[in-house]
Design a protein around this ligand. Structure first.
Ligand code: UDX
Length: 438
């Protein structure tokens, strides 16, 4: 299949390279010339394990190239919208500017056999309105919605070996048949190995994605709410998570209590879902998501308070080491990162904050010049009055408490991800605190 991806950000670039790696001819389109030049040279615009290898192999195969010239799309059949849908600057809903721009840029170049596929996460109702936009622009191209579920850090694996594939097909039978034909060919290798295929209409496919992310966010906030109760009672949230996770109706995943979720998806997706429910007159249906968001935000502020107490009531003149800035390990993404939120808050209140992150240092330096950056945990922790572990990189999980104690001013650790062994750290002479664990 000849495929274009419109948008070469996280989703589009990984998708383009992955689809080329399974034999398709792929053209990645984006408006950012620097990004396109880099991708054509095999340079990833973000940190993602395994991506540069797939990118290099796909470029070498001759089946993948990137361009800013949308007229190149004329020779391609399947056009996959992979642009971002960030939270609106002045509201909770999703900003669809890039999605509309993607369709508008494609319109003049769609051939008679073209099919448009949406992969971006969008509010329910968007696909129907984009179909109208195509028709108003003079194109009869069928449109289908095909949400993605990739996780940062596992993006290539999740694209090539998805848990499930979802098609949101148009009502018109002829359009649906054509869209399905193209989708089936694109995903032939995945369908051959019996990846579950779920088919619905536009609204269903759009809602599958936001429902999945809302459920994951709810699971995290649920266990974080339990952690709050644990802190008031002396119970251990990690033991509770283990015990309830053994019930296979609940399952053990996404029950890690800590400073909560961040990233470019979960926070904005739950807010956009609530905003859309409001527009549809069913605000109350998603009222619980407001609480999910509140619990999540509360955990960050709780850690700021714990840090203040640990420092004797004031941040002024205190040196605080922050281990981790990315919203999760194996990523350099700092969007909505709880780690960066906490680091910035503490810095804003007068502490000298030194941050270190194995992948996000450069990004932090560019975005938050007020935060000092260190090469590694030992450099960050030098003379620190307090150390905060906020992103659970393997490097930090494996830190030797005895060696780290040698460099700090005061051996006080707040483990915001509950990943260190409390006994081991206390035995090494640290005051050790975590979230929802005694
Ligand atoms: C998420 C969804 O998992 C993915 O399916 C979707 O396509 C995009 O959004 P991602 O944002 O990459 O993926 O990260 P994810 O692994 O879901 O983690 C999100 C956040 O939740 C991170 O900040 C992580 O630290 C936090 N988290 C996760 C917890 O705090 N506890 C957990 O138990 C799990």
């Amino acid at each position: 299949m000849r495929i274009t991806t419109v948008g070469c950000g996280y989703l589009g670039a990984v998708y383009a390279a992955s689809m080329a790696s399974i034999g398709h001819e792929v053209l990645g389109l984006d408006v950012d010339q620097r990004k396109i030049d880099g991708l054509n040279e095999g340079i990833a615009p973000f940190h993602e394990p395994g991506f540069e290898k797939v990118l290099a192999e796909a470029l070498a195969s001759g089946r993948l190239r990137f361009s800013t010239d949308y007229s190149d799309a004329a020779d391609y059949t399947a056009h996959v919208i992979c642009v971002g849908t960030p939270q609106q600057i002045d509201g909770a809903g999703a900003d669809l500017t890039y999605v509309h721009a993607a369709v508008d840029s494609l319109l003049p170049h769609l051939s008679d056999t073209a099919v448009v596929l949406g992969r971006s996460t969008v509010p329910v109702g968007t696909a129907a309105s984009l179909r109208e936009r195509l028709r108003a622009g003079g194109s009869d191209a069928p449109l289908a919605w095909n949400p993605e579920f990739l996780r940062e850090g596992f993006a290539v694996k999740d694209t090539l070996h998805p848990d499930r594939i979802v098609y949101g097909l148009p009502e018109d039978p002829a359009e649906a048949a054509r869209a399905r034909e193209v989708l089936d060919e694109m995903y032939a290798p995945m369908l051959e190995v019996e990846t579950p295929l779920v088919i619905g209409n536009y609204a269903t496919a759009e809602l599958v994605k936001v429902s999945a992310n809302s459920f994951l966010a709810t699971k995290i906030s649920f266990i974080n709410a339990v952690a709050e109760v644990c802190e008031a009672t002396g119970a251990d949230v990690s033991v509770i998570a283990e015990a309830i996770g053994l019930d296979d109706r609940i399952g053990p995943k996404f029950l890690r209590a800590g400073i909560g979720f961040g990233g470019g998806c979960l926070p904005k997706d739950i807010r956009a879902f609530m905003a859309r429910a409001g527009e549809l007159g069913v605000t109350e249906a998603l009222g619980f998501l407001r609480e999910v968001d509140h619990v999540n935000n509360r955990r960050r502020d709780h850690v700021v308070n714990m840090a203040r107490k640990a420092l004797g009531g004031s941040f002024t003149g205190k040196r605080v080491a922050v281990l981790g800035a990315a919203f999760k390990p194996d990523s350099d993404d700092t969007r909505q990162s709880p780690a960066l939120y906490i680091a910035s808050k503490i810095s804003g209140r007068g502490a000298d904050v030194v941050v270190t992150d194995p992948a996000a240092n450069e990004r932090v330096h560019a975005e938050r010049p007020n935060l000092a950056i260190a090469e590694d945990a030992f450099a960050a922790a030098k003379d620190a009055d307090l150390v905060l572990l906020l992103t659970e990189w393997t490097q930090f999980k494996e830190l030797d408490p005895v060696a780290l104690k040698e460099v700090v001013g005061t051996a006080h650790m707040i483990d915001g991800r509950n990943v260190l062994d409390p006994q081991q750290w206390r035995d090494a002479g640290w005051t050790y605190q975590s979230l929802g664990r005694p």
